[in-house]
Design a protein around this ligand. Sequence first.
Ligand SMILES: [Zn+2]
Length: 145
Amino acid sequence: MGGGVRLSRNFTLAEMDRHGEAEPHHVEALRALALDVLQPIRERWGSLTVTSGFRSAARNAASGGSPTSQHLLGLAADLVPVQADPIDVWCWIASSAVPFGQVIYEERRRPDGSLARWVHVSSAADGIRGQVLRSPTKGVYLRAR
Ligand SMILES: [Zn+2]
């Protein structure tokens, strides 16, 4: 798929499928995620850096991702707000009308000791709806409500 494909007003296929590995049905899932979930978040919070969108099975395994990750289906994205705190964005999504499946505030310690912080958000396409979690470390997911 061409890198110039726009999924919604502010999201392109290139940023959601950085390695150009999404199949057409993944692209459709990414489009729905961008239109229904990411765009309303963008409109409230300004620019969002997509640090991970679609992941191929090989890339997901290599990065230690869960084998059932919604990133494999094009149903999830990891977001770092450019001008806001990820916790604020996470809280807002949780109580908003955005039709999300899961929203997770995630923290991971980098090798250099700094803390990576982001918001994972998925569409409700696979039936999970409105789950709010936080993940303070790899493999630990705590229900926040
Ligand atoms: Zn994620």
